[in-house]
Design a protein around this ligand. Structure first.
Ligand code: ADP
Ligand code: MG
Length: 247
């Protein structure tokens, strides 16, 4: 069991953005994906979940032994891939509760009853210290940055995907909210074998999460990987040295 990316190349509008990335994500582990702006982190995540704009031009994506390189996004989602959005869109007229219920039921053979779903949702919201009225609001309409991110984490906790990419889920969160979100993720990590891949710039978020592996992207490639010590190094020295070392 693993999500494997083998020598992946991805083009957007005919321009190659990802230039040969090989990574392996194992169950129950937390990975940090870092790198300067424009290095291709979001592009890689989008390509993995099958966004049609992101064309795989070479290489393979293997999900638990199955080649999903050419599969549609819904097949990938059913296989357990989840991507949070760096810039979540507003969906007017759909409440958070209905949105999450549709997403949860789409992945089940038997839908949860409305009552059971609401019990579960309220329980999870309480754990995340969210007000129970939050789920009645329309998806992302008039949300603060922090509220959008909390809604994402709620979605993650309700869906429990096998492999979750959190693209700058920490951005726009204040110190307290970062801690709550990180604690939510850590609780999931203890209870499930979910693989979590966080794309982030913030050391504080990573301090709470303690990733098993850190990979650094630069210019559409992986330019360094290692353990937690890499985060400290980047915090002190920036990405510059790493980026310059690559030919
Ligand atoms: P990161 O998430 O690491 O900041 P991105 O994956 O967003 O980087 O972007 C990588 C590169 O791809 C950038 O040079 C960006 O301009 C380009 N890019 C990303 N998305 C698109 C798009 N939809 N159309 C054209 N170029 C894009
Ligand atoms: Mg990005």
């Amino acid at each position: 069991m693993a999500l494997e990316i083998n020598n992946l190349h991805v083009a957007v509008d005919g321009i190659e953005i990802i230039k040969g990335v090989t990574l392996r994500f194992e169950p129950g582990k937390v990975y940090a994906l870092m790198g300067p702006n424009g290095s291709g982190k979001s592009t890689l995540a989008q390509a993995l979940t099958g966004h049609p704009k992101y064309k795989v031009t070479a290489g393979k994506i293997i999900l638990d032994g199955k080649d999903i390189t050419a599969e549609k996004p819904d097949i990938r989602a059913k296989g357990g891939l989840f991507l949070s959005f760096q810039y979540p869109a507003e969906i007017s007229g759909v409440t958070i509760s209905n949105f999450i219920r549709a997403a949860v039921n789409a992945r089940r053979s038997e839908p949860l009853s409305v009552l059971d779903f609401h019990k579960l949702l309220q329980h999870k919201m309480a754990e995340l210290k969210m007000d129970s009225s939050f789920s009645k609001r329309y998806v992302n309409a008039g949300f603060s940055g922090g509220e959008k991110k909390r809604a994402e984490i709620l979605q993650l906790i309700m869906l429990q995907p096998r492999y979750a990419f959190l693209d700058e889920t920490d951005s726009g969160l204040d110190v307290d909210a970062i801690k709550i979100v990180a604690e939510g993720i850590n609780a999931l990590r203890k209870k499930t074998s979910m693989t979590i891949i966080v794309i982030t710039h913030y050391q504080r978020f990573l301090d709470y999460l303690e990733p098993d592996t850190v990979s650094i992207m630069g210019g559409g490639k992986i330019i360094a990987s290692g353990g937690k010590e890499l985060i400290q190094q980047i915090d002190e020295e920036g990405f510059e040295d790493l980026v310059e070392e690559t030919p």
